[in-house]
Design a protein around this ligand. Structure first.
Ligand SMILES: Nc1ncnc2c1ncn2[C@@H]1O[C@H](COP(=O)(O)OP(=O)(O)O)[C@@H](O)[C@H]1O
Ligand SMILES: [Mg+2]
Length: 244
């Protein structure tokens, strides 16, 4: 796999949403080019637009202006059916809240979405994935019988089971104590690296951002700093050479 291939590209992207108080201009001209297989941290103060930017890249929200291209598909103007299909195999998402279905066991939480997507041997796949996140002994447990860290492991197994080329995390450790959070982060980085996935992770944690190949800082709907700025690729390369 070439590190020079773009997997996500945003050109002059704006997002305006209508609130009760009128339209809110949330993203104000985002340009971004993310290379396949890299790990990217997105940091910035609360309200700066990190989650909104992620929603555009996952196709949960549509750009008001500009172009969003993810794994060769332009998301702009596509209807929800196409976007949902696009997400299904190409994108895994882990959020702060675990969003597990309480009436299903850990295995069912991972297997049922796979089955709905038409994956063969969904239950076997789910069990293998739960093993990978260290939950081999908890497969038949319901979410309420699991700790927060264990629930997030199930959510991670669910996100990774379809083997998506891109994994998004929006403050995935936000509901966990720091030790549990660190173990989850280790797992996310380890699994993403083993599969060559592109990892894009919104975080408040500077230590976590430090582990990423590239860190993008946002403020007030704009990218204000980018360690992988494509305008200075030589600088970026020399920094990387120095680290390794
Ligand atoms: N559905 C919405 N309608 C109106 N404004 C919104 C909506 N969602 C988010 N915002 C506003 O957009 C800004 C960016 O939000 P968000 O992307 O969630 O920031 P972050 O993830 O960096 O905390 C905030 O000012 C927030 O209040
Ligand atoms: Mg957010």
């Amino acid at each position: 796999m070439s590190q020079n291939d773009s997997i996500i590209k945003l050109n002059n992207v704006h997002l305006t949403l209508n609130s009760g108080a009128g339209p809110v201009h949330i993203l104000k001209g985002i340009n971004l080019d993310i290379k396949k297989g890299t790990t990217v941290g997105i940091v910035g103060p609360s309200g700066s637009g990190k989650s909104s930017l992620m929603s555009l890249m996952t196709g949960m929200e549509q750009a008001t202006e500009g172009d969003v291209i993810v794994d060769s598909l332009s998301l702009v103007g596509k209807d929800e059916d196409i976007l949902a299909k696009h997400r299904l195999g190409r994108i895994g998402i882990v959020l702060q809240a675990f969003h597990l279905i309480p009436t299903m066991t850990a295995t069912e939480n991972v297997a049922v979405p796979l089955e709905l997507a038409g994956t063969k041997q969904a239950f076997e796949r789910a069990e293998a994935e739960l093993d990978l996140v260290g939950l081999g002994h908890r497969m038949d447990h319901y979410p309420t019988q699991l700790s927060g860290g264990e629930q997030q492991r199930v959510a991670l197994a669910r996100a990774l089971a379809p083997e998506p080329p891109i994994l998004f995390g929006d403050e995935p450790t936000g509901n966990l104590d720091s030790n549990t959070g660190r173990a989850i982060i280790d797992l996310i980085f380890d699994l993403a690296e083993r599969r060559g996935s592109t990892l894009i992770i919104v975080t408040h944690d500077p230590a976590l951002a430090d582990r990423c190949d590239r860190v993008i800082s946002m403020a007030d709907g704009l990218i204000v700093d980018d360690t992988g700025d494509t305008h200075s690729p030589d600088l970026d390369r020399s920094e990387k050479t120095a680290v390794h």
